[in-house]
Write a protein that binds this ligand. Structure first.
Ligand SMILES: Cc1cc2nc3c(=O)[nH]c(=O)nc-3n(C[C@H](O)[C@H](O)[C@H](O)COP(=O)(O)O)c2cc1C
Length: 226
């Protein structure tokens, strides 16, 4: 009887956790430091209808030189990884075991920044040379033309303790959720984008000083359609 009960508990736990062990919600939220750029608060209601954003989204690879404003950048970062439930730290995009294996970076003409979901801020990583270095590491014309590029990385190691051999698959799926949020948010802001998966991840990671063991999996050049 006790064995059957134990088995039942294990099966229910496996169903609830999607095959991972030990559900655990990540609430690590480093505060902003004096050098971080705190973004304006994102809008969490209104705007273009979700249905219209899906209908209008199209990959665009050529952009005007018009910059993406700080308000738009704030909204795009929030769509990618913004915290939508303060007590749990849960975000706009779903995450396997709420372990948040995805990190987000933003590159524009001023530099490369890491997005910090907790304080909704950008942490400078490098200066005005960043965009040139990114373009040098990635041959895609869309990256060469866009005034802003978001970089999505995965950290498979973060998931391994709880998700074992599913860690890589779950991390990649999570990156896809994040990217789609950004593409639809860009459309809703009347900006355009394209998800870029064709590049040398090591070259881009090195050029942008992405810390190991994170791996660059997606680039999202964003701007006003030319
Ligand atoms: C995983 C993935 C990788 C992609 N990689 C690239 C890429 O390297 N360069 C590019 O210009 N477009 C890339 N795309 C965009 C596709 O070419 C585009 O989504 C497809 O042509 C359909 O057009 P649509 O996005 O306008 O619906 C990629 C899309 C996906 C889903």
């Amino acid at each position: 009887m006790t064995t059957r009960l134990t088995m039942l508990v294990i099966i229910v736990a496996a169903i609830l956790t999607g095959g991972c062990t030990e559900p655990l919600f990540t609430t690590q939220r480093p505060a902003a430091t004096a050098t971080d750029i705190v973004l304006p608060p994102p809008s969490t209601s209104g705007g273009m209808s979700f249905t219209k954003a899906m209908a209008d989204r199209r990959s665009v690879r050529s952009f005007s030189s018009k910059p993406v404003t700080q308000e738009q950048m704030s909204q795009l970062c929030w769509a990618a990884q913004g915290i939508t439930d303060q007590p749990s730290g849960k975000r706009t995009a779903p995450s396997a075991m709420a372990q948040y294996a995805v990190n987000l970076y933003v590159v524009n003409k001023e530099g490369c920044y890491e997005y910090l979901p907790g304080p909704h801020a950008l942490r400078p990583m490098s200066g005005a040379e960043a965009m040139g270095q990114l373009r040098g590491a990635c041959w895609q014309p869309s990256v060469g033309s866009a005034p802003l590029c978001m970089i999505i990385t995965i950290d498979v190691e973060r998931l391994k303790p709880r998700c074992g051999k599913m860690a890589e698959q779950y991390s990649l799926l999570e990156a896809g959720h994040v990217a789609q949020n950004v593409l639809l948010q860009a459309t809703a802001l009347e900006l355009a984008s394209v998800p870029v998966g064709g590049f040398d991840a090591n070259a881009v990671g090195k050029a942008m000083k992405i810390p190991a063991p994170q791996r660059v999996v997606y680039l999202l050049p964003i701007g006003v359609k030319k």
